[in-house]
Design a protein around this ligand. Structure first.
Ligand code: FES
Length: 565
């Protein structure tokens, strides 16, 4: 087997290849690296530590452990930075910057001399961005996640970000918890390094990355602070050297079949709605598209097997102790495409043929004794969402699955925050809250779809209402919430036509969301619609001019790949 090009790959263009090689090597020697190591296969390590990203706090020790593995396997590790997206530190929302990070990752993998790359990420948008970039660069790549946080304790109760953040905030809004107590809880929700402790977006993406075959088996759920997380990093480094010498490219791993496997796992996790957007965008980089009808079929055939918050009871530390992603995949085996290959060079069938020593059935249920007989997420369509809307039935209130109500409309995020708690707001418990102009074009698609229950109803004991928007919702949130409505209001979708007092009908059994207004009247209202202003410069302008709607994963139109022949 011939050695890969290593540092001689992709030489800088001076019109003299030998000079470029000589110059590169002289600069590399200034880093104090021996000539023996300079001749080894090169493994890039894409890192994104940041003082604005708590979830990436362990990046230095993970980088060291990956490097250890690369060196042990006979490669040269080279860490390089990319931008970092700390979910709660970004304005207007991290979603706007996922595509920017993906471009950074793609271009730096392609531009720099590496034979393979280990991508270290964790916080919500970082793993999707890294996978999107790696898929487009199509150089051998392994994803290593930073891993989930451990839970905190408060008055004998386990707490984890961020389902419990929302639960306590709802109690605070309802007057059940006072200011002193909410401040104490604030200090107990996120108590270790790592990503949010429940089956939110970060955990969902970690799990489906493993199912996709882009991470080593068994690595998704290891807590950030567990020593096994460092062993996983070391093993990822070793595996990357194997991939450098015997390449398997992302385009060989991310296929229609492996994407379907990942969607299948997503349904069984009761995972985040955001993962639909992200997986769609990752697949889209390779021209792969799974129709909504197929997604709904997968959801209807796939039971929810994992009993974690926000759908169930446990936390990611329980999932790891229970057997992790492998335990779930073994239950789903009969529904999976088993010939898909992973970064370890084995097929999924080979990986799953190894027995697991023990599975905690309180956390990972058997196929025949599921948390729910059907999958966690479905796509709705109807006159309010001709191109689809997302609904997390696993985290919704079944009594509201078939609902018709009067629309209470908020024109945008500012209008929502100004009026939602106004005592004079005309709203009743059976109304349907509607938020417009929070989609990708309207506001960058923030996690605003979890509209708060109006304060006067919350204090009257109302825990859930039907809420509809073109926004996203945090993977850690719950409620009867219709999201990602497409086309969004800011591009003139029917959502833009909804007015206070209109009737709206949600039918989960028929997978429909309908605006009960005459078609001609909707057309007449939309004829008067005026698009919101657009940014005039910079990345904001690029984003707004090229972002695709939710059914296309909100990628930028010029980044989507060609459909494979
Ligand atoms: Fe990073 Fe939740 S804030 S995963």
């Amino acid at each position: 087997m011939s050695e890969p090009p290593g540092l001689d790959g992709g030489l800088t263009n001076y019109g003299d290849r030998d000079f470029a090689r000589y110059l590169r090597r002289s600069m590399a020697r200034s880093m104090g690296i021996s000539t023996e190591l300079l001749n080894k296969p090169v493994v890039g390590i894409a890192i994104s530590p940041s003082g604005f990203n708590n979830c990436h706090r362990t990046m230095p020790e993970l980088t060291e452990a990956v490097s250890r593995g690369v060196l042990a396997a006979g490669g040269l590790p080279r860490a390089f930075p990319t931008i970092s997206l700390g979910e709660v530190f970004l304005n207007p929302t991290s979603m706007v910057f996922r595509n920017l990070m993906s471009m950074d990752v793609e271009e730096m993998i392609r531009a720099q001399p590496m034979d393979a790359v280990v991508l270290i990420g964790g916080c919500d948008k970082t793993v999707p961005a890294q996978l999107m970039g790696a898929a487009s660069a199509d150089r051998p790549a392994i994803q290593l996640v930073t891993g989930p946080m451990m839970t905190g304790r408060y008055k004998g109760e386990r707490l984890g970000a961020c389902t419990d953040c929302r639960r306590f905030w709802a109690k605070f809004r309802a007057g059940e918890v006072d200011r002193d107590e909410i401040e104490q809880v604030e200090g107990r929700l996120a108590v270790t390094a790592g990503t949010c402790a429940v089956m939110g977006t970060a955990s969902t993406m970690a799990c489906i990355t493993e199912a996709l075959g882009m991470a080593l088996p068994g690595t998704a759920a290891i807590p950030a602070v567990d020593a096994q997380r460092l062993v996983a990093a070391e093993e990822s480094g070793k595996a990357a050297v194997r991939l450098a010498r015997d390449p398997i490219r992302p385009s060989e791993i991310i296929t229609t079949e492996s994407v379907e496997n990942a969607f299948r796992l997503l349904m069984s996790l009761g995972g985040s709605t955001n993962a639909i957007l992200h997986l769609t965008a990752v697949a889209g980089r390779l021209g792969i598209r799974i129709p909504f009808a197929r997604l709904n079929a997968i959801s209807d055939e796939t039971p929810v097997l994992v009993d974690l918050k926000p759908v169930g009871e446990g936390y990611m530390e329980d999932m790891y102790a229970a057997g992790g992603v492998g335990a779930v995949l073994r239950e789903l085996k009969g529904l999976l495409h088993l010939d898909c290959i992973g970064v370890d060079g084995r097929t999924l069938g080979e990986r799953l043929s190894e027995p697991l020593p023990w599975v905690d059935r309180k956390v990972v249920r058997t196929f025949d004794d599921p948390v729910s007989r059907v999958g966690g997420l479905i796509v709705l369509s109807g006159t309010l969402a001709p191109e689809g809307a997302m609904f997390k039935r696993a985290a919704a209130t079944p009594a509201l699955f078939e609902a018709e109500g009067r629309a209470v409309v908020f024109e945008n995020l500012e209008d929502l925050s100004r009026r939602i708690d106004d005592p004079a707001l005309d709203v009743e418990r059976n109304d349907i809250l509607v938020l417009k102009n929070a989609g990708p074009n309207g506001a960058g698609m923030p996690e605003a779809g979890y509209l708060p229950i109006p304060a006067k109803l919350a204090r009257a004991g109302v825990k859930d209402m039907v809420r509809i928007s073109d926004a996203r919702m945090s993977g850690t949130a719950y409620g009867t919430i219709v999201l990602h409505t497409a086309p969004e209001a800011a591009v003139g979708g029917p959502l833009a036509a909804v007015r206070n007092g209109d009737r709206i009908r949600l039918s989960v059994s028929r997978k429909r969301i309908d605006l009960l207004v005459d078609d001609n009247e909707i057309r007449r209202r939309l004829a008067d619609w005026v698009p919101p202003p657009r940014p005039t410069r910079g990345y904001g302008k690029l984003f707004r001019n090229t972002v695709l709607q939710a059914p296309y994963g909100c990628d930028l139109d010029f980044l989507v790949g060609e459909t494979p022949s």
